[in-house]
Ligand binder design. Structure first.
Ligand SMILES: [Zn+2]
Length: 231
């Protein structure tokens, strides 16, 4: 499906809703033509033809990354709309897709932990996107969810440059009271994996709290330039 016909479908979708009050399954329309595509199982980036993934020399704090695809349209546009236009239906749709992807692929005794959002930011944005995604993924794959992490206010990672992102202090995240994660395998869920710094801080805190293993599931992974890679 090319971009023009996709736009046409979205336009028709809008017209139907405005004129007839009929709400069509818009996330399905917006994501038409998208195919789930795995990346490198360690860092999540798109696999390169004929060459090993450059993540080989890096220290990675989790055992696997699940993703729906790389951060490109229509997936990237849909994530942006879900986050900033506060479109929970889109996030729940994508969350279910992620639930389908991880179903049967994680070890027994796994719990889903959503990446936390600071309270004030959540109030301003009116949506805790990682939680919405995690909640629907959890429903879809039957893995219980534990909101084990808490995050204090700090500059959002999205507003920082790549070099600023690397310097995220570990004190921004803490384990909540009674997290019920000790001895469990954790599947950390977030919307987009860019530098991986927030996920890394979260993974370190979870390990300190006694979890057995950590895997990561995100909707999309940003393709990074060769230099200044994750970590
Ligand atoms: Zn890799």
């Amino acid at each position: 499906m090319n971009l023009a016909s996709n736009r046409l479908l979205l336009l028709l979708d809008d017209i139907f809703e405005d004129w007839f009050g009929v709400e069509l399954p818009r996330p399905v329309v917006a994501m038409r033509g998208f195919k789930q595509e795995d990346g490198c199982q360690w860092c999540g980036e798109t696999n390169r033809l004929f060459e090993p993934c450059p993540c080989g020399g890096r220290r990675i704090r989790w055992t696997r990354v699940f993703r729906l695809g790389s951060y490109a349209p229509p997936l990237s546009t849909s994530i942006m709309q879900g986050k900033y236009a506060v479109w929970p239906e889109m996030l729940s749709f994508l969350g279910k897709q992620l639930g389908d992807r991880v179903k049967g692929c994680v070890p027994p005794n796994t719990v889903i932990v959503p990446m936390p959002m600071p309270i004030i930011r959540r109030y301003i944005r009116r949506i805790d996107h990682a939680y919405v995604i995690a909640k629907h993924a959890s429903k879809q794959c039957g893995i219980p969810i534990r909101r084990a992490l808490w995050r204090r206010e700090s500059t959002p990672q999205a507003a920082k440059t790549a070099s600023m992102r690397k310097s995220l202090p570990s004190s921004v995240m803490r384990i909540r009271f009674c997290p019920r994660i000790k001895g469990k395998n954790v599947l950390l869920i977030d919307d987009v994996l860019t530098t991986g710094k927030s996920l890394e801080v979260a993974a370190n805190q979870l390990k300190r709290a006694g979890v057995l293993s950590i895997q990561v599931a995100v909707l999309a992974v940003t393709e990074m330039p060769q230099k200044g890679k994750k970590l």
